[in-house]
Design a protein around this ligand. Structure first.
Ligand code: F58
Length: 823
């Protein structure tokens, strides 16, 4: 922290702020070829971005030589997804120059906010898993842990969602169409990535059998770096994202044969690898291109890691002492056979030595227990695309099962459950099993989730490797998710307890006594109201709808998925509507219910729920009896920059997944950190949020994870709830009968049927009444603003645990075995 404060004192000098205005003008001309007298916001945003970035390059090079000189152990975070969102404000925040920059930009005739809005989000991920990776990069570099992100630079990130006649429509997210000032393309670094071909045996000079991978089709990987400044900028790291380039000789042979179009086709096909992010959340499509993307990331990354390592080491034997690789879910798990291949086939090691190095290098984080999201690849496909890897996987499995059989003699059922190869329904490679076997540590992302891994999904593995499966509860970076997104509240907090909280979130606890101070409560309420006003303006701009900042802002923003139960929220909205219609003079707490989230393009039921939200909104918002008491809106294209507007303005955060299904959740943390009260089930990290903020400051309802499991076992009958609850019955009948879709009566039958006729897998019917009761408690409390604000303060004050700084330190000490540099 002392370093941070020192930096902010002489920030003008360090970042040459006196020259910033001239640099912006210079970049307008020299880099962008624009007339500085033009008032184009986009040009000025770019000129500012380049001028900010160039101030970090020096610090970044210094950081890299620090790491090199100290021979520090490095952490590589391998992820198919990163969700950094926008960079400009994050750079300025972490450099500590937001206010200074605002002044300079004003002198040029702009507001910082309007230039900020010119930036497109880098949406290189689907949701929580990708955003977590970005929070972890921020926390690693801010705490001087030598870490790098490795991922893919997709040309098209997560699709742009628009709502047309109530339906989701997807448009391609051509986010770099007008360039991206943050990326530093390394045109001179290229690695060759191989595909297809076959594995050939030969004898080396000592007469040993060896393997080589031949007759391959090759694609080149080119890196593009994006700098990641730590808070206070004592260190600057980077994420390295790969793009696919066609290989030259591949084309040349075709060109020489005179087949120009054929050669161009090959070029286009190979460059397709990094074209587009797969938009599925919690569902894996077994497409060949997806597996290609995974191996492309892994192969390029390991060439880069080993090149860097071999600059300072003569033997690979000490790799695990110098390198820790964290696999962000199983998506990069093909890295395990890849490292084995490199160590054996390229560097000549024997199996046992190579395997020991491998298992001491990798650790794997699991983010889901949903069966449809667990990756398996058909053996045929994997064997065709990566023949040598398939051989290695078989050998890993053979040796592994030998060990299991020795520990559990005669237990063939167990062998087939634990095998890396699934036999039933055509042979497939189970990537989770491979990742567990090839890693030294496996972690879940919240206490409940890790417990479910140990006792449920990975139980056999937990019995076999009793210390391998552990927990590291997720966290979010307080820099972006409080300091940057919520200046009003941050200012108040800093005035009250000093600035240290943003690097030591536990400090927020000093706010606890202030919850009893009515002047502080007023200031807190004013900050919230200011944020609600800002959001109201945004909503008006986006969906042309006026919302009243003095109503309770009830928010559910996350990917659309049945297990997240946006439908349960809608059922509550419909119930409120009915209550108002039945008794128009009833005294009810005015609410604005806001939704946002993307549905996977092929996920029919999730898309239908978006439509339902919009149709319910249409009916509710047009009703004169309801006016002023209930409003509903769906904000299109939920993304990081939208989250930064939504999160600070929430009163109530909806975290209502079926217990046992949300691994952790991180939106829950962001909302509570910004003073929203949570209504939620005992699922994922909600359990730990309750422990931290106190059961009296959160609205917990519904079945617990073990009760959901028991109900599934003993037979769950959703109709029972329908028959015994008139209010629920009425809601269901309205959905089923076409009340919200008068022109197409059967439109929402699939929604009705999923609950009434297809078993209500996510148990909405069972949780409806408890949810309604919890919502009634919310209404009552909101009427007592003093108590509400008190609890809002206590929520934020007790969120210290959920800083990603804490999570990253747990990984560093317990899994990666690295210490912050300079300590
Ligand atoms: C999410 N997973 C979990 N997966 O659902 C959430 O509970 C958790 O907080 C978060 O990870 C971080 O740990 C998630 O976002 C994906 O998006 C995958 C993308 C690739 C296909 C499979 C799902």
């Amino acid at each position: 922290m002392s370093r941070v404060c020192k930096m902010s004192k002489n920030v003008r000098e360090v970042f040459r702020l006196d020259e910033l205005k001239d640099d912006i003008r210079r970049n307008m001309v020299a880099l962008l070829g624009n007339d500085p007298r033009s008032k184009r916001k986009f040009s000025y945003y770019n000129a500012l971005a380049y001028s900010v970035r160039e101030r970090l390059v020096d610090l970044w090079m210094r950081t890299q030589s620090d790491y090199y000189d100290s021979m520090a152990k490095r952490v590589y975070y391998l992820s198919m997804e990163f969700l950094p969102g926008r960079f400009l404000m994050n750079y300025l925040t972490n450099m500590g120059i937001v206010d200074e920059c605002r002044e300079i930009v004003a002198e040029l005739g702009f507001s910082l906010e309007e230039l900020e809005e010119e930036e497109w989000d880098a949406g290189l991920g689907n949701g929580g898993l990708g955003r977590l990776a970005s929070c972890y990069l921020d926390s690693m570099v801010s705490q001087n842990i030598p870490g790098y992100g490795y991922g893919i630079l997709y040309d098209y990130g997560i699709f742009y969602q628009s709502i047309v006649n109530g339906n989701q429509e997807e448009r391609c997210d051509n986010w770099r169409r007008h360039g991206c000032p943050w990326e530093i393309t390394r045109l001179d670094t290229l690695y060759e990535v191989k595909f297809y071909g076959r594995s050939e045996t030969y004898y080396d000079s000592d007469g040993n059998v060896r393997f080589r991978w031949v007759d391959t089709e090759n694609v080149m990987a080119m890196p593009c770096d994006i700098l990641i400044p730590g808070y206070g900028c004592s260190h600057v790291s980077n994420m390295r994202l790969w793009t696919a380039q066609s290989s030259r000789e591949f084309n040349l042979s075709d060109f020489n044969r005179g087949d120009y179009i054929g050669a161009m086709h090959g070029k286009v096909m190979s460059e397709n690898i990094t074209k587009v992010l797969y938009p599925n959340d919690q569902f894996l499509q077994g497409m060949e291109l997806r597996l290609k993307q995974q191996y492309f990331l892994v192969s390029a990354t390991f060439q880069d890691i080993l090149r860097r390592y071999l600059k300072q080491h003569t033997s690979l034997a000490a790799l695990p002492e110098a390198v820790a690789v964290q696999l962000n879910d199983t998506h990069p798990a093909i890295a395990i056979p890849e490292l084995m291949r490199l160590l054996m086939d390229v560097y000549g090691m024997g199996w046992d030595v190579a395997w020991d190095i491998c298992t001491r290098t990798f650790a794997y984080t699991n983010h889901t227990v949903l069966p449809e999201a667990l990756e398996t690849w058909p053996v045929d496909l994997l064997g065709r695309l990566l023949p040598r890897h398939m051989q290695i996987i078989y050998e890993i499995n053979r040796r592994f099962l030998e060990g299991v059989a020795a520990t559990f003699p005669g237990d063939t059922e167990r062998l087939s459950r634990m095998s890396v190869i699934q036999e039933e329904g055509g042979q497939r490679v189970r990537m989770a099993n491979l990742a567990i076997v090839g890693s030294h540590t496996v972690n879940g992302v919240a206490a409940l989730h890790s417990n479910i891994l140990q006792t449920g999904l990975f139980r056999d593995f937990h019995e076999y490797y009793p210390r391998k499966i552990r927990n590291v509860t997720n966290g979010v970076t307080p820099r972006r998710w409080l300091m940057q997104c919520n200046p009003a509240l941050s200012r108040l907090i800093t005035q009250s307890i000093g600035p240290e909280w943003c690097c030591n979130l536990e400090k927020l606890r000093e706010l606890v006594p202030l919850a009893e101070d009515s002047a502080f409560r007023d200031a807190w309420a004013r900050a919230k109201l200011e944020n609600k006003r800002l959001l109201s303006r945004y909503v008006l701009r986006k969906v042309q709808m006026g919302i009243n900042p003095n109503t309770l802002f009830d928010m559910q923003f996350k990917r659309m998925h049945e297990y997240k139960r946006q439908l349960l929220n809608v059922m509550h909205v419909i119930s409120l509507f009915n209550r108002i219609k039945d008794n128009p003079s009833a005294d009810i707490t005015p609410r604005t219910v806001l939704f946002g989230g993307k549905a996977a393009p092929g996920y029919y039921q999730a898309k239908l729920i978006i439509r339902l939200i919009n149709e319910v909104a249409r009916v509710v918002n047009a009703d004169a009896d309801v006016a002023g008491r209930l409003r509903v809106a769906f904000l299109p294209n939920y993304c990081i920059s939208q989250a930064e507007k939504v999160v600070p303005a929430a009163d109530l955060s909806e975290q209502i997944s079926t217990a046992g299904m949300e691994a952790s959740g991180t939106g829950n943390m962001k909302f509570a950190l910004n003073g929203a009260l949570t209504i939620g089930t005992l699922d994922g990290a909600n359990v730990e949020i309750m422990e931290e903020v106190g059961a009296e400051n959160i609205f917990i309802f519904g079945l617990k994870a073990h009760e959901v499991a028991e109900k599934r076992r003993s037979g769950y009958n959703p109709r029972e709830f329908y028959e015994n609850d008139a209010e629920l019955r009425r809601v269901m009948d309205m959905i089923g009968s076409g009340f919200f879709s008068p022109d197409e009566r059967g439109l929402f039958s699939p929604v009705y049927d999923s609950l009434m006729h297809h078993g209500d897998y996510y148990m909405l019917m069972a949780d409806y009444r408890p949810y309604m009761e919890a919502q009634a408690a919310v209404d009552a409390l909101y009427l007592d603003q003093d108590q509400w604000v008190r609890k809002s303060i206590l929520n934020a004050a007790n969120m210290g645990k959920f800083s990603s700084d804490r999570s990253v330190m747990e990984y560093a000490r317990g899994i990666w075995h690295v210490e912050p540099l300079g300590k």
